[in-house]
Design a protein around this ligand. Sequence first.
Ligand code: F6P
Length: 366
Amino acid sequence: MGTGLIGILTAGGDCPGLNAGIRAVGKAAHRSGMQVIGFLDGFRGLVENRTVRLDDAALSGILATGGTILGTSRDKPHKIPVPNVGTLDMRPMAVENYNGNHLDCLVCLGGDGTMKNAYRLSKEGLNIIALPKTIDNDVPCTDTTFGFDTAMGIAAEAIDRLHTTADSHHRVIIVEIMGHTAGWLALGAGLAGGADVILLPEIPYDIDKVTEAILNRERRGKRFSIVAVAEGALPLTADEGSPDDGDAENDGSDGDGDEDDSILPTRTALLAQALQRRTGIDARFTALGHLQRGGTPSAADRLLATRLGTTCIDYVEQGMENVMVAVDGDGCKAVSLKKVAGRRKLLPLDHPWIDAARRLGIALGD
Ligand code: F6P
């Protein structure tokens, strides 16, 4: 018989639907006679034992709000930055605070990096149940993640708006969409928004083919083009005329998931310059950036986060340990953290969305 106390934290980049998930976990826990405490600012709050009690009042009025009431960070418990020291392995503090708070379970809402950190802590003796969230939709072993639907809607609306101005000025507009390693968001939004070219991390692009696709449109009397580019899309070769200088550090990735992003000029901005030079058509560059992560969640994301949060409490009651609550059609299934940790779900090249794009004549740069 446990203590009936569970902890919860949100880690990695924020996304719409986190508060809906916290609310669902909290409300379902209360109805099952459990109490909930939140750790502030991701795993950093766990190692520093900064907590807040999540009673009914704290959970009220947050369903439709963006961000996370708990705050978040990209800190990893085994590598916490400490000023003037470097990084410290603070897993022992995480264990101490988990035990000191007499938790039955720690619920972690996060993406691929969070799954990895959760798995690391589970090996230290913590019982963790994780919920998959990210606008990137790249967590493995789950049909989807909450946050993705909202971000796709925002990016698709942005593409709609870029159409009218591109059309009026007869320009090529290059729009950068989040996604360093996975192209789900760029492809989904690009298809939904009617982009003419979509460039994805999974399909290295040939800049000659992108140039040709734009010039072909011009020959057909289309005086504008929309090029939707995932942050992590790369050219086939970093040769002359290619925007890429091969600077892999520009992607902000340390290969450990939930990584810090860079504020350096992006490859996409350079691609825009290259396309203007090559096509002779006036080009403009827009990065949607963190607009895609902010603000109110869509109804679909609220519903998904609610389903995952309530199922999480079912799993706690069933005594399940160290699993992710995965989306499985209309239901959920438990997948061991070990299986999820350290992997990312990329777009399969035979995915129906890629097939649909090709059948519409959208250029993918290959
Ligand atoms: O992991 C989600 C994500 O939105 C990526 O698509 C993006 O590259 C990254 O986070 C940027 O995160 P931040 O600027 O918060 O470090």
